[in-house]
Ligand binder design. Structure first.
Ligand code: GTP
Length: 359
């Protein structure tokens, strides 16, 4: 049996307002809750039991995924009444694992889209007999991530979480949010209190001379924490730039879910997805965006690289670029919302009230 813990309890503050009613891992990307892609990829790699470590809005996961049988997996839900952080959540979830000491347990952050070869990571973990094996990826600007330098054999030398000083930026290898733990390493994480795996567990293991092994992988990788990366991930899934067995359709320039209505003369592209019950009117252009269920994009509107919340309405001739529109928000005609603008759920904006807005 191959087991995994999927961390899905974070508040997803950077994705607000869409995460006010929906936890980030359940926000739809390419037509299904984001973690459906992670679960499908894990299953394809031979994982058969996944423990979902929930906290924030914990109640929404089980009604959708049930016991996992419809997704070819066994799913168990473990709830933290107070969020325990990444390390505390892994420790708390361990109660539902069957793995014995010495056996591997995969851990996934619930907001990472990657083409990583999961089986390959497990094989490497076994071969080097590591205590923890970490997936690492190279990024152009590592400042927003956890830096993980390694020696020539892949042995992890240090952890620097979100470096501030230029001299701290000693590598472009960052923690990619997927690990293999030996079971007993999980059991040694302190129980019952918040623990950050990145800031506490990994540095403590290094101090104790544990073998932490980094695997640098050049496949597709995206952290969906920010709105721009979330829409990018959804668009890349729709276009097949990264493959997920959970995308409900063939790769293409757009995905229109059953029950959506796109009028003739509307233009969709760039990996746009239009959710069930949503409407895109004639003359509207929607590029590289996520239009959630029941939303309306009216005639002549232009929406690019944006997220339109469920049952929201984008008025005629309105321009929305790199913005997040909350659920049920109403934007009147001829508005212009540009990079970084966020409109809260249920807000009503009259015609032509906003020419520009950024946070
Ligand atoms: P932001 O609030 O925007 O930073 O997002 P986030 O809450 O998701 O935090 P972050 O991106 O650092 O979390 C990484 C992963 O760990 C995500 O999949 C979170 O759902 C998960 N996570 C973070 N904190 C906790 C926690 O306290 N408990 C559990 N179960 N999961 C957590």
């Amino acid at each position: 049996m191959t087991e995994a813990v999927l961390l899905v309890g974070g508040k997803g503050t950077r994705l607000q307002p869409l995460t006010i009613n929906t936890p980030k891992p359940m926000v739809p990307a390419a037509g299904v809750p984001f973690i459906a892609h992670q679960l499908a990829r894990a299953r394809a790699a031979g994982v058969d039991h996944v423990v979902l470590a929930t906290s924030y809005l914990a109640e929404v996961f089980e009604p959708y995924f049930g016991d996992g049988s419809a997704h070819g997996l066994r799913l168990t839900y473990v709830h933290e009444s107070e969020p325990l952080g990444t390390g505390g959540a892994i420790r708390h979830a361990a109660r539902a694992l069957a793995a014995r000491p010495g056996e591997p347990v995969l851990v996934f952050n619930g907001d990472i889209l990657t083409g990583l070869d999961i089986r390959g990571l497990l094989r490497r973990h076994e071969r080097v007999q590591a205590d923890v094996t970490l997936h690492l990826t190279r990024v152009a600007d590592p400042r927003a991530f956890g830096l993980v330098p390694t020696d020539g054999d892949g042995r992890v030398l240090a952890f620097t979480e979100k470096p501030r000083r230029p001299e701290e930026i000693v590598t472009d290898q960052v923690n990619a949010g997927c690990y293999v733990f030996r079971r007993e390493v999980i059991d040694a994480i302190p129980a019952g209190r918040p623990v950050s795996v990145e800031r506490e567990t990994f540095p403590a293991l290094l101090d104790a001379d544990a073998l932490l092994h980094g695997v640098v992988d050049a496949s597709y990788w995206l952290d969906l924490g920010r709105p721009a990366s979330f829409v990018q991930a959804s668009a890349d899934l729709v276009r097949g730039i990264v493959h997920s067995p959970a995308v409900p359709g063939d790769p293409g320039e757009y995905l229109v879910l059953p029950g959506a209505h796109v009028e003739g003369g509307a233009r969709l592209g760039g990996g746009t997805v239009v959710g069930a019950g949503a409407r895109v009117a004639a003359g509207a252009v929607v590029e590289g965006s996520v239009v959630l269920d029941g939303a309306r994009v009216e005639a002549g509107a232009r929406v690019t690289a944006s997220m339109i919340g469920s049952a929201a309405r984008v008025g005629p001739r309105t321009v929305i670029d790199c913005a997040v529109i909350g659920d049920r928000a109403e934007i009147g005609a001829d508005n212009e919302l540009r990079e970084g603008a966020r409109i809260w759920c249920g807000t009503a904006i009259p015609d032509a009230a906003i020419r520009f807005s950024a946070v």
